[in-house]
Design a binder for this molecule. Structure first.
Ligand code: ZN
Ligand code: ZN
Length: 260
């Protein structure tokens, strides 16, 4: 069984809890930590968790909304950190010394106890950004945020997953007519920026969705998107009811979801 829940999602901080268990053993990790220690502890508590319940902290890339709280939290609670060489090379040397880091290969699956983790590279304006598919050996949870566009490899990795957390960063028209400065608009919309609703929907339409039990839209922009627009775009692509699609909220994240 896989359970997953979210501490918060968006440019002001991210954190996803993934848990696998067979009834006797449970392995639980936190993916990214863009919140300070106090905030992270409080958000974990909403899910009934303490820091000691985490076996690892897996990082997607060095942007502060994902990495900002990682080292201090890992140091304080003695949690192992996993990240690519490129991500680590962007971490200040003094900060690196705070916690034990396992360097991961962006193409090589690894295990943390009962949890299988398959990283895959994504096009994003960071040094060596990855996203992940998590598995308990039978079921698979896919995570994709902070990707400028979907590649054939991304598509292969996410096809046939049992649950998917998928970036719907912005609506292109809202971004273009919104108040962001031109350079920032260009960055977000570039092939190394963020997935907009239409691009996320296009990727979703191309995936094998036959096993999909959960679909959650994530990393929504406060200014340039709405939950309704993200839901509508994905629902159209998946041929499902918009109400079935979850939203990873910046403040509330989302509550536990279970894949069986
Ligand atoms: Zn981000
Ligand atoms: Zn990023």
């Amino acid at each position: 069984m896989i359970r997953f829940a979210c501490l918060g999602s968006g440019s002001r901080g991210n954190g996803l809890v993934v848990e696998v268990g067979d009834g006797r053993h449970t392995t639980r990790v936190l993916v990214d930590c863009g919140f300070n220690c106090r905030e992270t502890v409080a958000r974990l508590a909403r899910l009934g968790l303490r820091p000691a319940d985490l076996r690892g902290l897996i990082v997607t890339h060095e942007h502060s909304d994902h990495l900002g709280g990682v080292f201090r939290f890992a140091a304080r609670y003695g949690i192992r950190v996993f990240m690519t060489h490129g991500t680590l090379s962007n971490v200040d040397a003094a900060v690196q010394r705070l916690a034990a880091v396992d360097v991961i290969d962006s193409h090589q699956s690894f295990r943390i106890d009962g949890l299988g983790v398959s990283p895959f590279p994504v096009p994003h304006d960071a040094r060596e950004p990855v996203q992940f598919v998590f598995s308990d050996g039978a079921l698979r949870l896919g995570l994709l945020t902070d990707a400028g566009h979907a590649t054939a490899h991304v598509e292969r990795m996410l096809s046939g997953v049992d649950a998917l957390v998928l970036e719907c960063n912005h609506d292109l028209r809202m971004l273009e007519s919104g108040g962001y400065p031109v350079w920032l608009r260009r960055r977000i919309a570039s092939p190394y920026g963020h997935l907009d609703n239409a691009a996320a929907a296009q990727l979703l339409a191309a995936l094998d969705r036959s096993k999909l039990q959960h679909l959650v839209a994530a990393h929504l922009s406060h200014q340039n998107n709405t939950a309704e627009m993200a839901r509508m775009a994905l629902a159209q692509a998946a041929g499902c009811d918009p109400g079935w699609i979850g939203i990873a909220d910046q403040d509330a994240g989302f509550a536990w979801r279970e894949i069986r």
